[in-house]
Design a protein around this ligand. Structure first.
Ligand code: ZN
Length: 259
């Protein structure tokens, strides 16, 4: 099952408060871990949130004000210390290159990390994978700033009853997805006959924050975490969300994460 959630490691700007750390957000998206704007103290916040630097596959810095990047020094060194085996691309506005370099070498350590700087030259697609693409767009701020959007490719949801009726099962399903059609017992089964389109999910954190602020939600009420769910428990067939069951589901999830 795919697991997609955002963990807010900190939501305070310029000055952290007793209860809010500097910025820092980890977006977990299937096997990916995107760390946005590691502000000061992000390493420790990750310990509280029970996530590790090995789960990070990409780092994205919107701009080089301290509350969005001072934690990069500590995170770089932790990635090295923990011997994270994979390469981690770090995206940031090109004009901030000198700050990136300083943060990477802020103090003495034996650097074995595999961080790869990927300065952004301009708006557009900055990374393209088989299932996801990542876009950067300029944001309006006092210094050069980029916002990021993760976009999943459109896919299809297979319909088990139609697959069964068409006699497609086991490894043949994968072949049908790859090839678009398949011959079963002398008949041609087309992918569109046994599946429906599934639009790719997309995520831009700023959109969520903007939406909540537009709804006049107080800043201190902004969520610390966003959990994307395929469906929600409902009260009978009414379509009304069963909040009690939802609370129980979430409590069970948190319990399971604690182990
Ligand atoms: Zn700023």
């Amino acid at each position: 099952m795919s697991s997609r959630e955002i963990i807010a490691l900190g939501t305070s700007s310029q000055v952290p408060t007793r209860y809010r750390n500097h910025n820092g957000y980890l977006l977990r998206w299937d096997e990916h871990g995107l760390l946005f704007d590691p502000g000061e103290g992000t390493q420790r916040q990750m310990i509280y949130a029970e996530v590790t630097v090995t789960q990070v596959t990409k780092i994205l810095v919107t701009h080089f004000h301290g509350d969005h990047c001072l934690g990069l020094a500590g995170i770089s060194q932790r990635i090295s210390l923990d011997r994270v085996p994979h390469e981690i691309q770090v995206h940031f506005p090109r004009s901030g290159r000198k700050y990136y370099d300083r943060l990477r070498k802020a103090s003495i350590y034996h650097d074995v990390s595999r961080l790869r700087p990927c300065p952004i030259e301009g708006p557009g697609v900055i990374d393209e994978g088989p299932k996801l693409s990542l876009r950067a767009a300029r944001l309006d701020h006092a210094v050069e700033t980029y916002g990021y959007r993760l976009q999943e490719r459109d896919g299809r949801t297979m319909l088990p009853d139609k697959l069964a009726a068409a006699g497609v099962r086991g490894p043949a399903i994968k072949r049908l997805i790859q090839e678009g059609e398949l011959e079963v017992d002398g008949r041609v089964v087309r992918l569109e006959d046994v599946s429906v389109p599934k639009p790719g999910q997309s995520f831009a954190f700023q959109e969520m924050v903007d939406f909540l602020l537009e709804k006049q939600i107080a800043k201190y009420k902004l969520p610390e975490r966003l959990e994307v769910r395929g469906e929600l428990p409902t009260v009978g067939d009414s379509g009304k969300i069963n909040k009690e069951d939802l609370k129980k589901d979430i409590a069970a999830l948190l319990q399971a994460e604690k182990g």
